[in-house]
Design a protein around this ligand. Structure first.
Ligand code: 13P
Ligand code: SF4
Length: 324
């Protein structure tokens, strides 16, 4: 199949979530990005929050933070483009120190990663000297370097329990820590960071959605406040959410998370009615076909992590990946 035929077929799948007038420019960028990938032996790792034209048009690997970290460790390409926020690009670089890892936009940060500094972790270490410190993957490499082990929303409970202690510190997401604490006997000391997207969901909103759609299934990301998660039918990482939808096939569903995730799931499940959440992640939305194309054309922005930070940060990620 030529790129042209493939793009006609692709648009047929995407037409409900991508406007026709926007598609023409997108198709041109998709063709150019595919050619650049071949030319530079590059792969694109894309988070589930990417818009459908990125997710379905140019990504080689898609997934949640855990899947992307695991897949990054297996990459053979010369160049890895991270279609996700900066901490994801740093994680890919930690797992591939010898390869070029590109972040298409350096402004693609994360409010959780911004909520804590390495000095904050050193202060926590002084305050709780004998407690392991677990860092959610949504942190800078410099913060990871100060922590004992990493976790993601997909494996947080497992990581907490893998340490065989009665008390841990978990940074930086207060709500993730509280949501995990409800599922385990281990005491969790949280930090006070929040995701600026998920913290906006409120229990009153969930109640109103249920009133308007009595048969709806509601699935929440564990970065949502605990009183929102308590009202959901299921909570899990972005991959856990899509797996749940595939397995249970609800007639109508709302995913309380970043909004592109629902567009992508709706393409995969055209017979399910996805009630769209209102919230985009402003950082994820900086990663576009245009920024990916520019990144591959100019080979910017190459992620570099000083070895004094990379070595201990990599250890924290590798310890996580080793927990089965
Ligand atoms: P996942 O690991 O569940 O994909 O979450 C990443 C994230 O940033 C959620 O806001
Ligand atoms: Fe960070 Fe929230 Fe955006 Fe995820 S959705 S990248 S946690 S700001």
């Amino acid at each position: 199949m030529t790129d042209g035929e493939d793009l006609v077929a692709l648009y047929k799948r995407l037409e409900k979530v991508v406007a026709q007038d926007a598609w023409e420019g997108m198709a041109d960028d998709i063709k150019a990005i595919r050619a650049l990938k071949r030319e530079k032996n590059a792969v694109i790792l894309a988070h589930n929050y990417m818009t459908p034209e990125v997710y379905f048009g140019v990504a080689d690997v898609t997934g949640d933070s855990l899947a992307l970290a695991r897949e990054a460790a297996k990459m053979q390409a010369d160049v890895i483009v991270c279609a996700g926020v900066h901490f994801m690009a740093e994680t890919a670089k930690l797992m591939n120190p010898s390869r070029i890892v590109l972040s298409p936009d350096l402004q693609a940060g994360c409010s959780l990663a911004d909520s804590i500094t390495p000095q904050d972790v050193r202060d926590l270490r002084k305050k709780y000297p004998d407690r392991p410190i677990i860092t959610y993957v949504n942190t800078s490499a410099a913060v990871k370097a100060e922590c004992d082990i990493c976790c993601t929303s997909g494996n947080a409970k497992k990581i907490v329990e893998s340490l065989s202690v009665s008390e841990v510190v978990m940074v930086p997401d207060e709500y993730l820590a509280q949501n995990v604490a409800r599922q385990t006997a281990v005491k969790i000391i949280p930090w006070h960071g929040h995701c600026e997207v998920h913290e906006q969901y409120a229990p009153q909103e969930v109640a109103a959605i249920r009133r308007e759609n009595p048969a709806i299934t509601i699935i929440a990301h564990p970065e949502c406040p605990p009183d929102v998660v308590a009202q959901a039918d299921f909570a899990g990482s972005t991959v856990n959410m899509s797996d749940w939808v595939t397995e249970h096939h609800p007639r109508q569903v709302m995913l309380l998370t970043e909004r592109s995730m629902s567009d992508n799931a709706a393409v995969d499940h055209p017979d399910i009615d996805f009630v769209r959440p209102r919230l985009p992640c402003p950082y994820m939305k900086l990663i576009t076909l245009k920024s990916i194309r520019r990144s591959l054309e100019t080979m910017t922005h190459a992620v570099e992590i000083d070895e004094t930070i990379a070595t201990p940060a990599r250890r924290a990620v590798e310890r996580m990946v080793a927990v089965k």
